[in-house]
Design a protein around this ligand. Sequence first.
Ligand code: MG
Length: 252
Amino acid sequence: MIELKTAEEIERMRKAGRVVGRLLAFLAERVGPGMKTKELDEAAARFLRSSGAEPAFLGYRGFPATVCVSVNEEVVHGIPGERRIQEGDVVSIDAGAKIDGFYADAAITVGVGSLTSDAKRLIEVTKRSLDRAIASTTPRNRLSDISCAVQETVEGAGFSVVRDFVGHGIGRAMHEDPPIPNYGPPHRGPRLQSGMVLAIEPMVTMGGWLVEVLADGWTAVTKDRSWAAHFEHTIAITNDGPEILTQVPGAL
Ligand code: MG
């Protein structure tokens, strides 16, 4: 069952959303060549602490860090560590926070220095697929219209949509119903309505869509080691249309 949030609950989720959006903007500015991915995590932990927010990922099913940092062939759930970011890399950062009993969850992919034209396009198309998916969340559309918007945008650009991970409802728990795949035919599933709060998160690869999880038990990489990008927003559906709760200040 998809739980509808009251106006008061959405107001509380705006708080968590704003912190996550600001955290991602803060981290995106800091990503640079030579930096270890764990340095981003340390900065994220400090940022959330000073914002009065709890990290949502730390300890979640044993995840050992505040944010996920996934570089190049890493799709999602990268554990920040000793890997050094290099010029030309694409770095996906996924962050979640809890404030006042409610969660928000968002992700961005940042290009480091000058990128190949394919890498640049990968980031642009993934972001565009999220924008189109969000635009499709008008009341009266159905859940799979979100999925279809992502798939059409991504495959129309010659890239692939990851199947093994999906978006989700969000609220008092980080993962609520419904699961939101990034592929599928339109006009299926429950009707979208005001009060639904959803985390929509296309994961896109340059090559095939198959992924595998590394021996650390978390880091998901493309099977063919092609590069991947990931964008995510937590959005609330209102009678006036979607409201992005995790808007990243100054983001592309
Ligand atoms: Mg998520």
